[in-house]
Design a protein around this ligand. Structure first.
Ligand code: PMP
Length: 446
């Protein structure tokens, strides 16, 4: 009998008792390769002794000091590290405990920026379909993930959604990358004009889409075009790299591969690597200067912001990523993983796409490639793949359902940057077998 409200009470869970490198071990001694890093969290794998030492040392020295009285050394050092590794201007950091809080904070920073500059009428946010920005009510309203929104509608905030950039399904046959990007930029421009630019505060997007659609990258030039539209209308440009940031896609920030710099950047999972619950918003000078020149202080705060132990753990994680060249490793191993997936699954009759960047890769499945027909969403193929893979010792992150316009089922892989080629190869072996078994199950039901 459990007293915990579990995610899915009908599915009994194993108890995780230990983490070791790329593996988790359950109460019966079974080993699981953490092929999704949880949900793209465990960038250093499990049980890293240096991170554990840093966390323990910090707890012994100073476990907590409220940020209305004090700053702390680990928080200051972590902020310095993030700023040093970011483009000029992105020079301010606000620490939080979760990705959802980071998104809420970015939306509020944008709002206060406008108020301080004498434009209090700018309150609206614009986000994209097929996106996920978190589960608190504001972040849920920003996300375009219908499955997670449905029960709670109408949501607190009224957010306008524009199309995501999903070339596989939504680029027209005759359209070039440039033409597709132009069409989407025009759609955002129209949405802002229809809402009234004087009412629009911020636009938010995941640089590489994670939870809803699985490692979807935009076409080249798309983000530059959208940034231009935002600039033209004075709209704050927010990138959500909670899942895709800090080395996951093979560059420190995912936006480095897009030729843009956001006004506000949301970070979380790879920041603490799962060793501590920690997130951050990085803010550009222009946002912070407007607040500094106005009322002086960001009107916000949570009890655990800048938590010294969380910051010490994250500082150790970021220092190890830098010292061990793990961003480069994510890029190189990511190419290797994509090659393995293409070799083993490229010709598979139900595999529609293999995509991603760095150690952020996804496989999309359909019933029929030529006719572009998806499996009946009721069959939950992605959940079956997760289940069969789990039973074979592989953790992967599933998603799908036509309801979000995602089309088809997918499985996301986001292993630790410390993993090896051999581990990736055996993960792909298990994934191939699991896809085969899950499709056989589904066929039996059809
Ligand atoms: N934004 C993105 C892009 C995410 O992937 C997630 C979590 N999957 C969140 C925000 C929310 O983060 P958290 O679960 O830590 O609140």
């Amino acid at each position: 009998m459990t007293h915990i409200i579990h995610r899915n009470p009908r599915t009994p869970l194993a108890t995780a008792v230990r983490g070791l490198g790329s593996y988790l071990i359950d109460h019966e001694g079974r080993r699981y390769y953490d092929g999704s890093g949880g949900a793209a969290v465990s960038c250093l794998g499990h049980g890293h002794p240096e991170v554990a030492d840093a966390v323990i040392a910090q707890i012994r020295t100073l476990e907590y000091a409220h940020t209305s009285f004090f700053t702390s050394e680990p928080a200051e050092q972590l902020a310095d590290t993030l700023v040093r590794r970011s483009p000029p201007g992105l020079a301010h950091v606000y620490f939080l405990s979760s990705g959802s809080e980071a998104v809420e904070t970015a939306l509020k920073l944008a709002r206060q920026y406008h108020v301080e500059r004498g434009e209090p009428g700018r309150w609206r946010s614009i986000a994209r379909l097929q996106s996920y920005h978190g589960n608190t009510l504001g972040a849920l309203a920003a996300g375009g993930h219908q499955g997670r929104r449905r029960l709670y509608q109408p949501l607190l905030a009224d957010v306008t959604h524009v199309s995501a950039c999903f070339p596989l399904h939504y680029r027209r046959p005759e359209e070039s990358d440039d033409g597709y990007g132009d069409r989407l930029a025009h759609e955002l421009d129209t949405a802002i004009l229809e809402a009234g630019p004087e009412t629009v505060s911020a636009f938010i997007a995941e640089t590489v889409v994670g939870a809803t659609a699985g490692a979807v990258c935009a076409v080249p030039g798309y983000f530059r075009k959208l940034r231009e539209v935002c600039d033209r209308h004075g709209v704050v440009f927010i990138l959500d790299e909670v899942m895709s940031g800090l080395g996951r896609t093979g560059s420190y920030h995912a936006f480095e591969q897009e030729g843009v710099v956001p006004d506000l950047l949301c970070l979380a999972k790879g920041l603490g690597g799962g060793y501590q619950p920690i997130a951050a918003v990085m803010a550009h000078d222009r946002i912070v200067d407007a607040i500094a020149g106005g009322s002086g202080a960001f009107q916000h705060g949570h009890t655990y912001i800048g938590h010294p132990v969380a910051c010490a753990g994250a500082l150790a994680v970021q220092n190890i990523i830098e010292r061990d060249g793990l961003v480069q490793r994510s890029a190189t191993l990511g190419r290797y993983l994509q090659d393995c997936l293409r070799e083993r699954l490229g010709g598979h009759p139900h595999v529609n796409d293999i995509r991603g960047r760095g150690l952020f890769q996804a496989v999309e499945l359909v019933q029929d490639r030529e006719g572009n027909r998806v499996f009946d969403p009721g069959l939950q193929l992605h959940a079956r793949i997760k289940r069969t893979a789990l039973a074979r010792g592989l953790l992967c992150y599933p998603g799908g359902g036509t309801v979000d316009g995602v089309r088809g089922d997918h499985v996301l892989l986001a292993p630790p940057y410390t993993t090896t080629q051999e581990e990736l190869q055996s993960a792909v072996d298990i994934l191939v077998a699991s896809i085969g078994a899950a499709i056989a199950e589904v066929r039996d039901l059809q």
